[in-house]
Every structure is written in structure tokens, then in C-alpha cells.
Write a protein that binds this ligand. Structure first.
Ligand SMILES: Cc1cc2nc3c(=O)[nH]c(=O)nc-3n(C[C@H](O)[C@H](O)[C@H](O)COP(=O)(O)O)c2cc1C
Length: 119
């Protein structure tokens, strides 16, 4: 299992580290900016992808990453985790649809509110 996150103020990093380690203690967890991420995704079966909701959408950087690495998603099982402050809109669904178009198998999506995961 591979955890990948984009995080500005640390909420998403915190969520992904907790969730991924609960699911698989030996999993690798990397920030999206890490240049090895495309290669790591290619060699993983299951990916937990986390990012903050921005304007009820996934951040541009995440959508751009998915599209500019369109060849790495075929057959990958992906769960989308869109953290949020108040209302996620369809923040998890936005990347799920994009990933599905590029061949990923979507395991699910969730949008945890930071008011809850900071407690
Ligand atoms: C530019 C910007 C836009 C945001 N838009 C939304 C939004 O539409 N809905 C929402 O619930 N939270 C929104 N938020 C709040 C973040 O999604 C939330 O605080 C998130 O947990 C931040 O994650 P991070 O600490 O990993 O960066 C926005 C935050 C920023 C900075």
C-alpha cells in the first residue's frame, strides 16, 4: 500500500499518516511533491490519495498530477481522501471520476472534516 498526500497546513498529512498506518503498518507514505511518487504508484497495487478540498474541488495541483501522469493509473485500486474545513462539495468524487477515466479502480472516497480529526 502507498499513501500519497498534498497538504498545506498539515491536516491531510496527519489524516493520511493515521489512516494508512492503521491499514498497513509497512506502507510507504509520501508527499505528492516527492519526485519518486509516479514510479511508486506504478509499482503499487493500492493507493490512498489525500488532499485538501479547495473551493469544493480537488486542488489544481492534484488534478494536474493525475492528468500529467495518465499512464500510471491503469488497474490501480485508489481511495480518495479529501479533507475539508466545512463542506467538501464533491472533493473526493472529483478525483475519483478523473482517476476512473484513466483506468483506476475506485475503492471509495471520504471527506473528513478537520474539526473532527483535530480532536
Ligand atoms: C484556498 C482554500 C480553499 C478551501 N476551500 C474549501 C472548501 O471549498 N470547502 C471546505 O470544506 N474547506 C475548504 N478549505 C479548507 C481546507 O480544505 C481544510 O482546511 C483542509 O483540511 C486543509 O488541509 P491541509 O492542512 O492538509 O492543507 C479551503 C482551504 C483553502 C486554503
Amino acid at each position: 500500500m502507498l499513501g500519497v498526500y498534498l497538504s498545506g497546513t498539515g491536516n491531510t498529512k496527519h489524516c493520511i499518516e493515521k489512516l494508512v498506518k492503521l491499514l498497513d503498518e509497512s506502507a510507504t507514505i509520501l508527499p505528492l511533491e516527492n519526485e519518486t511518487v509516479p514510479a511508486q504508484i506504478k509499482s503499487s497495487d493500492m493507493i490512498i490519495l489525500g488532499y485538501p478540498t479547495q473551493f469544493s474541488n480537488a486542488p489544481f495541483m492534484v488534478r494536474e498530477f493525475i492528468l500529467s501522469n495518465a499512464d500510471i493509473w491503469q488497474g490501480k485500486q485508489v481511495m480518495c481522501v479529501a479533507t475539508m474545513g466545512a463542506f467538501s462539495g464533491d472533493g473526493a468524487g472529483c478525483t475519483a471520476r478523473l482517476l476512473k477515466k484513466n483506468g483506476a479502480v475506485i475503492l471509495g472516497g471520504t471527506a473528513p472534516s478537520y474539526a473532527r480529526f483535530r480532536m
